[in-house]
Design a protein. Structure first.
Ligand code: HEM
Length: 523
């Protein structure tokens, strides 16, 4: 009774206020509903907020996006749906379920095009092969396939990889060994792949591996471009478009990088066209394209097409291959027994080739032939394992054309952004088993000592289906040439205590590089 008496005036005054301000009613109801809804939707990994959706969680975790995606998928399942801010129509489906990935990339590929928004985010690539869909893609794909599959091109890659390793990479490392200096492997391998890719595309030596050369304007511009494209994926479209309009942040850097790229591309293309006029025969990709253009009457012969194509190959080839090499040496440093096995395999080849007992070999570094390296099962398995755990690119983005149901039962509708993640897939026990996080080349080898077909069914590092990577063979040839020469001739001692983690990027670059000491291998 006493309680009732003392509460009554309070309630009456509250009623009075609510009558006066109905907005207060609304606010209280909204607050209660929000608390109920928050407690229902809350999980430890991400949060759907009213109006801004999942954006705060994305921004909070952007710097550790890859590991965040692994933690989330391990806890909540291989397919996650997320909604961005209501004002920018942003709905995302993240999946690392191999059944879904196969369906999206292969079985029903036509329903998952790249789409207009992809083209917008990757606008710097223009109408290059990466960006286009449908007929335009088919025409370009068949031209590119012809170029990549030709025996001339394959032979060029084998000879070139050996030449660059012998004349540039090995001398650079010998120099580092003589000076006992600490080098950044990420920097060296990115320069190596930049160098070789420029020669493959334009037939020109960019001199990016010469001792003393640290930076190349075009290589720096490619870094800035990839950084800006990544930001466009974690920020709402409306935001990066505003930044682009105001020329601030990464968008400002992108404009500068874009200009630098255009200048370099125009220079290389003009040289190529001049060669075509004088009739000097070249075996590089652009020479092949200029010839295609001369032969074909119905295909665009403008420089923009050559620029978009060359830039697509350059971006497609440089970061992916360079990044894989760095992760490979990181994995070896943590698994010396794997390094010993790779080395054993290499020694067998070198012995057969040189008829020289190892240990008595001359003091000059040994560089392997690509043909010999193609036969090495363990080296191939170790590279596949590095690409499984550290796939570059680790994310693949697609749109949805028509409503569809993925193999795991998820319904997808037009407007949805579908992201498939090979990085997260590699770390799912349900896909790769309990030892999924271990670096085990053995999982790629069958009981007869041959490469096993089984893991290939869930290995999407090179994509799958009609858009599967065109540079796969080239990438393996380059990586094998580099790994074999480096391991056989040098001891790579990765500096202990450094923090090794992936940068928030589309291509899994290492955040802080990989510092190592190089020594000549004595036996
Ligand atoms: C370790 C090295 C590499 C990896 C992991 C890799 C990965 C990939 C992936 C996942 C795709 C499919 C993208 C999609 O579905 O849209 C792709 C496509 C492509 N890659 Fe690679 N790549 C590598 C090296 C290279 C090299 C060396 C080149 C050539 C210079 C190259 C050229 C291309 C091209 C032209 C495409 C586009 C194919 C198309 O859309 O039809 N890649 N690559």
């Amino acid at each position: 009774m006493i309680e009732k008496l003392s509460l009554n005036p309070i309630l009456t005054s509250f009623d009075h206020h609510l009558m006066q301000w109905p907005e207060l009613y609304l606010a209280v109801i909204c607050l209660i509903l929000s608390i109920i809804w928050y407690s229902k939707t809350k999980n430890d990994y991400y949060m759907h907020w009213p109006i801004v959706g999942v954006l705060p969680s994305i921004l909070r975790n952007a710097h550790r996006m890859h590991d965040w995606s692994v933690e989330t998928c391990r806890a909540l399942g291989c397919t996650i749906r997320a909604r961005g801010p209501t004002f920018c129509r942003w709905e995302l489906l993240f999946t690392c379920d191999p059944r879904n990935v196969e369906y999206i990339l292969k079985t029903n590929v036509t329903n998952f095009p790249k789409g207009e928004e992809y083209l917008e985010a990757f606008d710097v690539l223009g109408d290059g092969l990466f960006n286009v869909d449908s007929e335009l893609w088919q025409i370009q794909r068949s031209m590119a396939r012809k170029a990549f599959a030709s025996n001339d091109f394959r032979g060029t890659i084998c000879r070139l990889s050996k030449k660059v390793v012998e004349e540039e990479l090995v001398p650079l490392l010998s120099n580092a060994a003589r000076e006992s200096s600490v080098v950044d492997l990420d920097d060296i391998f990115m320069r190596f792949t930049f160098h070789t890719t420029i020669i493959v595309i334009f037939g020109r030596d960019p001199k990016s591996l010469s001792a003393g050369v640290k930076d190349h304007e075009l290589a720096n511009a490619l870094d800035a471009v990839l950084e800006a494209i990544f930001r466009r994926h974690v920020n709402p479209r409306i935001w990066w478009k505003l930044c682009r309009l105001l020329r601030v942040g990464e968008e400002r850097k992108l404009v500068k990088a874009w200009k630098a790229i255009d200048i370099h591309m125009a220079h290389y293309i003009s040289l190529k066209k001049a060669e075509a006029i004088t009739g000097s025969e070249q075996a590089d990709l652009m020479a092949t394209y200029v010839n295609f253009q001369k032969e074909s009457k119905d295909f665009s012969s403008n420089d923009k097409f050559l620029r978009d194509t060359a830039l697509t190959f350059l971006l497609g080839g440089r970061d992916t291959t360079g990044t894989t090499l760095t992760w490979f040496f990181h994995a070896l440093s943590n698994n010396p027994h794997v390094e010993a096995k790779v080395l054993e395999e290499l020694k067998n080849v070198a012995c057969k080739d040189s008829n020289v007992e190892l240990g008595q070999r001359a003091n000059t570094p040994w560089v392997f032939n690509s043909e010999d390296l193609k036969r090495l099962v363990y080296l191939h398995a170790a590279l596949c394992e590095a690409m499984r755990l550290y796939p570059s690119p680790s994310l693949n983005r697609k749109g949805v054309l028509r409503e569809d149901v993925l193999p795991d039962g998820t319904v997808v509708k037009p407007g949805l952004m579908v992201i498939t993640s090979t990085y997260a897939m590699a770390r799912m026990e349900c896909v790769w088993g309990k030892d999924c996080s271990e670096f085990k080349p053995e999982r790629w080898i069958d009981e007869h000592g041959k490469l096993s077909k089984e893991p290939m069914t869930k290995f999407f590092t090179f994509g799958a289906g009609p858009r599967i990577c065109l540079g796969k063979e080239m990438a393996f040839t380059l990586m094998k040439a580099a790994v074999a020469a480096v391991l056989f001739n040098f001891q790579v001692e990765v500096i202990e205590g450094q923090t090794v983690c992936p940068k928030a990027s589309l291509v899994l670059r290492m955040k802080n590089g990989l510092m190592a000491k190089i020594k000549e291998r004595v036996s």
